[in-house]
Design a protein around this ligand. Structure first.
Ligand SMILES: [Zn+2]
Length: 81
């Protein structure tokens, strides 16, 4: 199960909860003030810890070339303009 980070809107406390994805958007009880006015924070730490490597592979491939095709078309490489 992934760890999600929540922030309490009553006392601004941040805390982490180990919960199911389906329960992610459910309100968690703040450990500091026991308020249920909490919101989940989407953090990169939570995604990295989830072991989902397919998304990171996709972003590294898409951002690795630079330009539209990585320089093969001539318009996205080093232009004299
Ligand atoms: Zn609180």
């Amino acid at each position: 199960m992934p760890i999600y980070e929540y922030r309490c809107e009553s006392c601004a406390e941040k805390f982490e909860v180990l919960t199911r994805f389906a329960e992610r958007d459910s309100a968690q009880v703040c450990p500091a003030c026991e308020s249920t006015k909490t919101r989940v924070l989407v953090s990169s730490f939570a995604f990295a810890g989830a072991g989902d490597t397919s998304t990171s592979d996709f972003t590294s491939e898409a951002g690795g070339g630079g330009g539209c095709c990585g320089g093969a078309c001539g318009s996205c490489g080093s232009s004299p303009n």
